[in-house]
Design a protein around this ligand. Structure first.
Ligand code: ADE
Ligand code: ZN
Length: 336
């Protein structure tokens, strides 16, 4: 339809996409073979790319998804695997009309398997350069801490010389916090976020996806984040909602992810209308597109179907996305 092409052509910024979440079942099986990685034999989902994709339709929770997500990324070994993975994302992003992408990666999940931080970073950095040259897509990398791992493990990654070098030389722009949410409150990571702030890094955290709205206020107050990833449970605290609207804090909302992980029953339940009416700034994102059946444009279209937004509303959503991005003012001016 004409609205589809209108949404496609909008200069979109993506703020919530895990690069490891763009690993398709096809690529997963190809890399498993090439890298001699044995996939679980006792889970019938791993019979073929088709059976795996079918299993993705039946996620029961964030943790059920994460189980597959961490097995999936175990096939990534060489820097070119990471480059190919990210290029797969950037190609989809280009087709969907993404102008600028701020993408997450999960180094601890690779370090634990003996894949070095610099291997991961080398592959992703090469893909970022190519995405800029081949598609005109600018990007930033956000290094995430896995909240289900022991805090000392997270602290040692933060202090690692290669990690610190990537923060200081600008190849990584900010930090994030992801993985299993409910048992791991933001306060556990206070020291890491204080350290990141001292280095002048940008800061975001997943909060209020499955966890309570107090995790959103704790992320703001204790971690001093500049952005909240998901944040849909903000609707449970009207005062906090007003505060976030007043401060202009961006939420990176992921509608199809919320449905697939059963945080909501349907896209209509994602509080898009509530956020618009209250003046809460948000962007619309794909989270783990290869797992949740849709890249960014699918998410835009699903929101349009559920909420029938006007051209003016869509234009202001994209404008907020540009203004809330962590790129240079010159790049924002180009996109506006
Ligand atoms: N890692 C990848 N996707 C995630 C999500 N939606 N929530 C928490 N951790 C994640
Ligand atoms: Zn996420």
């Amino acid at each position: 339809s004409t609205f589809h092409s209108f949404l496609q052509e909008l200069p979109k910024c993506e703020h919530h996409m895990h690069l490891e979440g763009s690993l398709s079942p096809e690529v997963l099986f190809t890399l498993a073979k090439r890298n001699n990685i044995t996939l679980p034999q006792d889970d019938p989902a791993f019979q073929s790319p088709e059976t795996l994709l079918a299993r993705y339709d039946r996620f029961t929770s964030l943790d059920d998804f994460l189980h597959y997500y961490y097995i999936g990324m175990s096939v990534l070994i060489s820097d070119s695997d990471f480059e190919d993975l990210a290029m797969d994302y950037f190609r989809h992003a280009a087709a969907d009309g993404v102008a600028h992408a701020e993408v997450f990666f999960d180094p601890q999940a690779h370090l634990e398997r003996g894949v070095s931080y610099n291997t991961v970073l080398k592959g992703f950095s090469a893909a970022r350069d190519r995405a800029q040259k081949e598609f005109g897509i600018t990007s930033e990398l956000i290094c995430c801490f896995l909240r289900h791992l022991p805090v000392p493990n997270c602290v040692s990654m933060f202090k690692d010389a290669d990690v610190q070098a990537s923060f200081k030389n600008g190849s990584v722009t900010g930090i994030g916090l992801d993985s299993s949410e409910k048992p791991f409150p933001p306060a556990l990571f206070e020291d890491i976020y204080a350290g990141a702030r001292e280095l002048g890094l940008r800061r975001t955290a997943h909060a209020g996806e499955e966890g309570p709205s107090t995790f959103i206020s704790d992320a703001l107050d204790i971690l001093k984040v500049e952005r909240i990833d998901h944040g849909i449970r903000l609707i449970e605290d009207e005062a906090l909602l007003q505060r976030i609207a007043k401060d202009g804090t961006m939420l990176s909302v992921c509608p199809l992810s919320n449905v697939l992980l059963r945080c909501v029953k349907e896209v209509k339940e994602v509080p898009i209308r509530k956020f618009l009416d209250a003046g809460v700034q948000f962007s619309i994102n794909s989270d783990d597109p290869a797992y949740f059946g849709g890249y960014i444009l699918d998410n835009y279209c699903a929101v349009h179907e559920a909420f029938d937004l006007s051209v003016a509303e869509w234009t202001s959503i994209c404008r907020a996305g540009i203004e809330g991005s962590w790129c240079s003012q010159a790049r924002k001016d180009e996109m506006l």
